[in-house]
Each structure stands twice: as structure tokens, then as C-alpha cells.
Design a protein around this ligand. Structure first.
Ligand code: 13P
Length: 252
């Protein structure tokens, strides 16, 4: 791995009671004392962000949201804004997760707006891209990923990627136990970096590109050994402290 600091972020999705979350956060916080280089972050459901914020303040572990509104405040029932996440000390916010794209109708335009809304308040967006199984089988992986990236580059400029993280999450690998092979993942990560490099070489070189999709303790090492994989966005395995910490150590 390069000079880029590895990042392992846990996307808890819609999981966790207060008690379970407190146990998990506490174990991660403690376990990170043995991790030197890699950065860890947790992204709990909104309602558990205050708990994470309180427990992790002053620690080496960062926290973030899983989504945000494009608006700052106002009559938007059920929404949570960037300034609210910032107010709770979030560093990161996930935007464009495939579950948001698939189940909540988020298209490239909305995702690009959310990306900008995050940056407008100093949050670092973790921009998710990735193809479905159907798209992969039709050899459309690069076309899809390029379209998802270009939607943000064209609207907000390559310069905006100085303050962003990208996560490549092949939809067919999410929650399926079916991980991309290290080579499959590396190929797309290299493609993403190349796409950025076409506009700005330094931005491309510094960009942290995370892999997400059934990454766990037992397969993290070989994925993270790939030259263009700079960390992970972890779903299921981020709900178990030991699994998550094993991935952090593999990234170290
Ligand atoms: P899993 O690790 O459960 O496959 O989920 C990956 C993911 O969607 C992270 O955002």
C-alpha cells in the first residue's frame, strides 16, 4: 500500500440497539490501541450517532452518518441534514450507497447533490459506486462506475475529490458472502484511479479508494494487499468488534 492512510469504515446499516452499540463501540475503541497506521470509523444509524459521538470523543476512532439530506434545514419530515451530523462531530458521511440508490430512488444527480451538501459543511463524503450483477455480466462495470463518478466530477469538479473518499462496492458482493476476488476488485480500483488521474494526477494519487462487499477478517488481507485498495467499507462484519478489528489490523 502507498502513502495513503488506510481507512476501515463500518457501515452498520439499520442495526443495533443502544446497549449493543455501546458494547460494540467500546470494544472497537479499546482494540484500536493496537492499530498504528490505519484509521477506523463507524457509521451507525442516525439515532445512534450521539451515542457514538459521546463514547468516541477524543479517541482515534472517527464516526459518521450513512446518509444526509441535500437541504440544511426546513420542512423535510424524516430527514437529517449535514449541519446536524457536523454538530455531532461526524467526520464522514456515506453518500450514494447502492441500497439508497436501489430502494430509495437516489440517482446520480441526487447523489452528486448530497456529496456537495456534505462538503459544504466540512463532512468528508464516502462516495459509493458499483455495478449490479446484471451489469457485470453484460461487461458494463466500467461504464457504470465511470457514469457514477463523472456525475460528481462534472458537477463539482475534480478539485472536490481532495476532500472525499470513494468506495467501490459491487452490488452483487454486498451482503451476499460473495466477495470480489482481489484481482476483480483491484481492476476496478485501478480503473477508478485512472479516471480521476485523467483530470488530476495528484488527486488520483491521494484518493483513498475503499472496497466494500462481504469483506471480513478472513479475506481482508489479500484484498488490502492490492496496490489500489486503500481500506474497506464494511457492512455485516462491522457489527462484530473482533471481525472489524481484524480488518483494521490487516489494513495497518
Ligand atoms: P457487507 O459487508 O455486509 O457485504 O456490506 C457491504 C456494504 O454495503 C458496506 O457499505
Amino acid at each position: 500500500m502507498s502513502k495513503r492512510r488506510p481507512l476501515v469504515a463500518g457501515n452498520w446499516k439499520m442495526n443495533g440497539s443502544r446497549a449493543e452499540s455501546a458494547t460494540l463501540v467500546s470494544a472497537i475503541k479499546q482494540g484500536m490501541s493496537t492499530v498504528a497506521k490505519a484509521e477506523a470509523a463507524v457509521c451507525p444509524p442516525f439515532i445512534l450517532v450521539p451515542l457514538a459521538a459521546e463514547m468516541l470523543a477524543g479517541s482515534a476512532v472517527a464516526w459518521g452518518g450513512q446518509n444526509l439530506s441535500v437541504h440544511k434545514s426546513g420542512a423535510y419530515t424524516g430527514e437529517v441534514s449535514g449541519p446536524m451530523l457536523k454538530d455531532y462531530g461526524c467526520t464522514y458521511v456515506i453518500v450514494g450507497h447502492s441500497e439508497r440508490r436501489a430502494y430509495y430512488g437516489e440517482d446520480d444527480v441526487l447523489v452528486a447533490d448530497k456529496y456537495a451538501a456534505a462538503q459544504a459543511v466540512g463532512l468528508i463524503p464516502i462516495l459509493c459506486v458499483g455495478e449490479t450483477l446484471q451489469e457485470r455480466e453484460a461487461s458494463h462495470t466500467e461504464t457504470v462506475v465511470a457514469r457514477q463518478l463523472d456525475a460528481v466530477i462534472n458537477k463539482h469538479g475534480i478539485g472536490s475529490f481532495k476532500n472525499a473518499v470513494i468506495a467501490y462496492e459491487p452490488v452483487w458482493a454486498i451482503g451476499t458472502g460473495k466477495t470480489a476476488t482481489p484481482q476483480q476488485a483491484q481492476d476496478v480500483h485501478r480503473f477508478i484511479r485512472g479516471r480521476l488521474a485523467a483530470s488530476d494526477k495528484a488527486v488520483a494519487e491521494n484518493m483513498r479508494i475503499l472496497y466494500g462487499g462481504s469483506m471480513k477478517g478472513s479475506n481482508a488481507k489479500e484484498l488490502l494487499a492490492q496496490p489500489d485498495i486503500d481500506g474497506g467499507l464494511i457492512g455485516g462484519a462491522s457489527l462484530q468488534a473482533e471481525e472489524f478489528l481484524t480488518i483494521c489490523r490487516a489494513a495497518d
